[in-house]
Ligand binder design. Structure first.
Ligand code: AMP
Ligand code: MG
Length: 391
């Protein structure tokens, strides 16, 4: 049986881009850029007043002028009309272009203006006081955003600043999502006392939504070989198939067998982890991957984070996820010889959340991380360093 790192390597070795497409900037949130972005011009594009105040010429000030005539008022977005000479200044607004023969802005709060004459309550003036100079933030043609960057709000804002109304992004995979199991019921349906609501369909859909992926097929299948075969075979041209349930050792766990019968090449079955051991992973004839996850809700969540997320990241050209380390705040006993994953609350320390097996529907409720109790480590004590994955 593989350990989880070996299994991850097998998966990420198969990762490749799903292609690229142009999208409108309004649809770019959390998409991954497939192009480098260059500055179309200097930023700021002109010497910009950063305060409301009075734009003067430093030489004039240094040669002793302390009282000025306001020659013109310059608003943001408006060109100045007249040159100032000695003893004259502009009244200028934040965001306006400072005229070429002014090189300092004295802020309005430090000025006394009366009848078009202004004097300042200041000792000295530095060059370019309260002026953001042309090109001081970004120079024209500089590469400002790397390829394979996630379009977070600040990235989108910068793309807008440089006039990118459309951008080239990594295409999202075509995903088919199937849950399986005779005991499972759609959440809007009446339910008997021996049935379970299909929560994993909602879990997996929301985990995919974090990647902006909306499955093209999303269905529940009963534990029936013919039904499994029919539904899965109709999805074989997907970029990726995610199944949930039916991969363990039970008499109704048909998923691995059906997948192999349909020509999906097994990459591995079972990994030395708890929870999530029965995961099955294979490759479609087209090259895409099939992830058959175990059905217990926390197992399903952990295996998505451990295998599907690194796969997607690699396909999108994103760097490997970091597993930072902090100290554990309480003891955590070891129950298996495997790598054990458990829900945790991470702030300054890693606080393990007690949960009642991977079928506990509230296991991950308060967690902001999944922590790793490594295979080779015995019982953990408070104060032991521990690695975790943010969720
Ligand atoms: P299985 O992996 O099919 O053996 O299922 C393991 C456990 O997870 C069983 O108790 C199932 O009822 C439960 N389970 C399987 N699929 C789901 C699902 N989609 N939503 C909630 N629980 C599930
Ligand atoms: Mg089942």
């Amino acid at each position: 049986m593989l350990n989880y790192k070996e299994a991850q390597q097998i998966i990420t070795a198969q990762a490749k881009s799903f292609g690229t497409e142009m999208v409108n900037l309004n649809e770019a949130f959390e998409r991954i850029l497939a192009e480098k972005i260059y500055a179309d011009r200097d930023y700021p594009p002109f010497n910009r007043a950063t305060m409301d105040g009075y734009a003067i010429n430093l030489k004039d000030w240094q040669s002793g002028t302390k009282n000025y005539t306001v020659k013109e008022v310059v608003f943001a977005g408006q060109h100045y009309q007249q040159e100032v000479s000695s003893g004259e200044c502009y009244k200028i607004m934040t965001g306006a272009a400072v005229p070429p023969n002014a090189n300092a802005v004295v802020q309005r709060e430090k000025a006394i203006e009366e009848n078009g004459q202004v004097s300042f309550e200041i000792e000295s003036v530095k060059p370019y006081l309260n002026i953001a100079r042309k090109g001081e933030d970004i120079q024209a043609d500089a590469c400002i955003i790397d390829q394979n960057t996630n379009c977070t709000p600040p990235v989108i804002a910068l793309l807008a600043s440089v006039g990118k109304a459309e951008i080239n992004v990594e295409k999202l995979p075509n995903v088919a999502l199937f849950t399986t199991g005779d005991e499972l019921v759609e959440i809007t349906e009446p339910i008997s006392n021996i049935q379970i609501r299909n929560s994993n369909q909602y879990l997996l859909n929301s985990l995919l939504q974090e990647w902006q992926i909306k499955p093209t097929i999303c269905k529940h299948i009963l534990d029936d070989k013919a039904a499994l075969k029919q539904e899965i075979s109709a999805a074989l041209n997907s970029d990726m198939i995610i199944l949930c349930g039916g991969v363990s050792a039970g008499d109704a766990d048909f998923v691995p067998e059906i997948l192999e019968n349909l020509g999906v090449k097994k990459l591995f079955y079972k990994v030395k982890i708890k929870p999530g051991k029965p995961i099955w992973c294979g490759q479609l004839p087209s090259g895409g991957l099939v992830f058959a996850l175990p059905g217990n809700p926390f197992s399903c969540h952990v295996t998505f984070k451990l295998f599907i997320e690194p796969y997607l990241k690699t396909c999108f050209g994103l760097p490997e996820t970091e597993w930072p380390m902090l100290l554990l705040s309480a003891e955590k006993p070891k129950t298996t010889p495997f790598d054990e994953f458990f829900p945790a609350i991470v702030n300054q320390q890693v606080k393990p959340i007690l949960f009642n097996t991977s079928g506990d529907v509230k296991a991950a409720l308060k967690a902001n991380a999944i922590a790793l109790h490594p295979a080779e480590t015995q019982d953990l004590k408070a104060g032991d360093p521990i690695a975790f994955l943010r969720m």
